[in-house]
Design a protein around this ligand. Sequence first.
Ligand code: SF4
Length: 343
Amino acid sequence: MEREEKLQGLAAPLLAWYEANKRDLPWRENNDPYRVWVSEIMLQQTRVEAAREHYIRFLQALPAVEALAACPEEKLLKLWEGLGYYSRAKNMQKAAKEIVARGGFPQTAAELASLPGVGEYTAGAIASIAFGQPSPAVDGNVVRVLARLLGDAEAQDVLRKRYFAELAPAYPQGRCSDFTQGLMELGALVCTPASPRCLLCPLQDMCATKSDALPAKREKPARRETEMTVFLFTDGRGIWLRRREGGVLSGMTEFFNIEGALPLPEAENYLRGAGLTEFTLRRAGTHRHVFTHLVWQMTAYAAETGQALSSLPAFSSLRYYTKEEAKERVSLPSAFRWCMDRL
Ligand code: SF4
């Protein structure tokens, strides 16, 4: 079967399979563009099962784009807690403000892609799922299914671009929403990264690969490692935190930290040098936190003190919270959340 013929022949078996096998997921209740958008952003780095609870909680708190646009940042980040990549939540809010200002969602992929944080994939997903446009949404799942189906051995980035162009004419009129979701669902349930379930696949007859031999594996970039010493300042009742300025997690809340892994005596010297005179310091543990391109090797010390930290220049950016306030209002990224149990 020729390439074009295969792409044109995809819709019928895929849609029949999707009808019979689609999972009951909270974002599939209806095709409201706001709901589709929130789910697509959440699912970019989070598995479906983990995203489900977050999604329900988020939609209960912010049921419409107007509510997202007006949400205080602290509350928004708290709602996003556990999903990571906080810049996504911030970009969603920027985009929500634009959507409200223009009186509603744009409906084409090109216009959607001009919103902050909305890439080609998300724009295609919203345009096809919510607005029924023949706009492909090619993510890793879709690249995998098509590479195997068509026998394409090129690099995944090359294929992604190619499929955006090739897939558009294969969209069936009136079923664009289900076509996008069907491809994603097939990639998630049947054509999985390892051990695809080819015997259950509706595309088996036309598939060139019928195995996990494709797509070509990506070479993972080396991760840069940094060491960090974290001070968990407490007076026994509350804790001191600050806003992170610059670099990864910029704008997020963090415990005070400095570069390098200081042994206990050096950590004590550091605090004395910064003007802290009355304190006790104990080891609070180590933690390795892995980001996409970076690893933090963290060494933490719990530092108990009755001194007013914010009067010392080195610690002037710190803000005091009772432990309850910190739990309820502050969104700590997971790189620092483990520290809360070590105080
Ligand atoms: S037959 Fe197997 S490899 Fe081919 S698309 Fe279906 S699940 Fe994927």
